[in-house]
Design a protein around this ligand. Structure first.
Ligand SMILES: [Zn+2]
Length: 345
């Protein structure tokens, strides 16, 4: 469904100049970023890869409904990296429309991701502690919906394994995989069983629970990934997903869409669009919320119902977030909080 970008935007249904300038151009934003030397170097090298054509962008269709293009939200991310983010006019899924090749993303994650996002190539004690805190929160939320005692929990993209440590604390057996060897080493020092690689490294049919904590939004080949999840899960197993929620932009980023966007995130989810994606690839919702956490079961009969799940409140929400940056800030924030209170539960 994808075609080379080759500098044209005719597939996008909204003229580029309708996107506000600060979501298209990066100079003013960059002055406020305060990047460390490690981050600035990574950013400059990454931009060079894109500008020189060593990394190639392709336009992608919506993985849920197959529609091309969409309404453009922004053309840069928080680091001023050129990334075109659109909202699908058919199903409301927000995605990066100009995605790099798989081999380019592999190089990005091995050579740039940790340097740019964390400013460090090794997992600091603070990073591990934050993972454990995040894991305990996840365990607290999902243990109302899944029995974890004695179950084998597999985490894909586990980093240093802090999230798995939290599952271990409540009696689960744990196993994890990630591509970052330095981060895996930090986890092995905690006594965790971790392997290098993706879900293809995990044996078939072993997992009671598979966890994707802040990982699914990075995955380019969603169909391939869900096929692998199905292979690794036991028939009665559960998929647990935690992703950044779009409806938290006004709380976590004071309504600043640009702060929220990052080139590593290819998809941006609400409860509705996460459920749509899962149902598209054969998983039905057991439970989810708008923060966004979800528990899903393999289900051969589930079909995505775009009409029932389309989130018509999403575009007005993004508009209000944008407005709140410029116009009567406190009043607009109050309006968002009151209007979208129901969307938070
Ligand atoms: Zn769509």
């Amino acid at each position: 469904m994808s075609s080379p970008r080759s500098g044209n935007w005719q597939n996008l249904r909204v003229p580029v100049n309708r996107v506000p300038r600060r979501l298209r151009e990066s100079s003013a934003h960059l002055r406020r970023l305060n990047l460390t030397a490690v981050q600035a170097n990574a950013r400059n090298e990454l931009l060079e890869k894109i500008r020189s054509g060593k990394w190639v962008e392709n336009q992608t269709a919506c993985p849920v409904c197959g529609a091309d293009g969409g309404r453009v939200i922004a053309e840069i991310d928080r680091y001023g990296i050129p990334v075109t983010t659109v909202i699908c006019k058919v199903c409301s899924l927000i995605r990066t429309v100009n995605q790099l090749r798989e081999s380019d993303y592999a190089e990005f994650y091995s050579s740039f991701y940790r340097s740019l996002y964390d400013g460090a190539l090794h997992a600091s004690p603070k990073f591990v502690d934050e993972q454990i805190v995040r894991g305990r929160r996840l365990v607290r939320i999902i243990s109302r919906h899944i029995d974890l005692d004695g179950k084998l929990v597999v985490e894909v993209g586990c980093g240093a394994g802090g999230v798995l440590r939290a599952f271990q604390e409540v009696g689960s057996q744990v196993f994890g995989c990630d591509y970052g060897e330095e981060y895996l080493e930090a986890g092995r020092r905690l006594g965790l069983d971790l392997v290098r690689g993706g879900i293809s490294e995990i044996p078939t049919g072993i997992a009671d629970v598979i966890v994707y904590s802040h990982v699914l939004e990075h995955i380019q080949d969603l169909k391939g990934e869900f096929d692998e999840i199905r292979r690794v899960l036991k028939p009665a197993g559960k998929l647990v997903v935690e992703v950044p929620g779009v409806y938290k932009i006004h709380r976590q980023y004071a309504g600043d869409i640009l702060e929220y966007l990052q080139n590593a995130h290819l998809y941006h989810f609400t409860r509705q669009t996460l459920t749509l994606i899962c149902s598209k690839f054969g998983f039905s919702e057991v439970w989810s919320n708008q923060h966004v956490y979800g528990v899903f079961s393999p289900d051969n009969d589930v079909r995505p119902s775009i009409r029932a799940r389309k989130d018509v409140r999403l575009r007005p929400y993004l508009f209000l977030c944008r407005l709140s940056r410029h116009f009567l800030r406190a009043l607009t924030q109050l309006l968002i909080r009151n209007t979208y209170r129901g969307a938070q539960s």
